[in-house]
Design a protein around this ligand. Structure first.
Ligand SMILES: [Zn+2]
Length: 215
């Protein structure tokens, strides 16, 4: 899943309005933000296997540190403890925790059975990626719901707050369509480096949030 994670991050603004959108994105996408580094270090593994699903050519062979349920829960705990330490905003920390775990649950819907509960366990996945139309529907529906909630509970304080937000939504949609309809990545290294570029989306979230306020 890709834009769905950002949709859930946007939606969470309604639950904890004082958490910046950047922090919400960081939480919702944390395990995918860490994954490229573990790939580059050779600790987790992915294989390019065109046709393995209708949507993605990636075969997630081994990623128990980022994408086991236990791993996700421990990352959730780490980020929420750090968050409450830095901000003293307990409600925000709770939302951060559940956002990190939400990533695994959303991935469970779309992935092949490649998600372990804990390192070495049986693997699970409901396989929505076998259908392009269903994947697009679910991804876009979650993003639309999140964008609508975020717009309802914040208002722009200047023009940047409007255009920064809408340009992000368009950018996310373009990336999602490119992921599905574009050519497979040329190499695992390319996957990892493009994956690192996602940190820009977290910064984009902080930037937008500085130009909007709770309404
Ligand atoms: Zn993921």
């Amino acid at each position: 899943m890709f834009v769905g994670h950002f949709g859930v991050g946007l939606a969470a603004k309604a639950l904890a309005p004082r958490v910046s959108l950047g922090s919400l994105f960081l939480a919702a996408q944390l395990i995918d933000l860490l994954w490229p580094t573990l790939l580059l270090l050779g600790i987790e593994r992915v294989r390019i296997a065109p046709g393995i699903t209708a949507v993605t050519p990636l075969d997630f062979e081994h990623y128990p540190i980022t994408h086991s349920l236990l791993g996700a829960a421990l990352w959730a705990l780490a980020l929420s403890v750090l968050y409450v330490f830095l901000t003293r905003y307990r409600r925000g920390a709770l939302v951060v925790f559940f956002l990190v775990v939400s990533h695994w649950v959303l991935d469970l819907i779309v992935h092949r059975p490649d998600l372990p509960l804990y390192p070495g366990s049986a693997k699970f996945g409901l396989g929505l990626w076998n259908s392009v139309p269903w994947t697009l529907l679910v991804e876009f529906a979650i993003l639309a719901m999140g964008a609508a909630l975020y717009i309802r509970c914040t208002k722009a304080v200047d023009r940047t707050g409007v255009w920064g937000f809408w340009s992000l939504i368009v950018f996310l949609l373009v990336i999602q369509l490119g992921n599905i309809f574009g050519p497979p990545p040329p190499s695992v290294a390319a996957i990892a480096w493009v994956g690192q570029a996602q940190w820009v989306l977290v910064l984009w979230g902080y930037w937008i949030d500085r130009h909007r306020e709770p309404s």
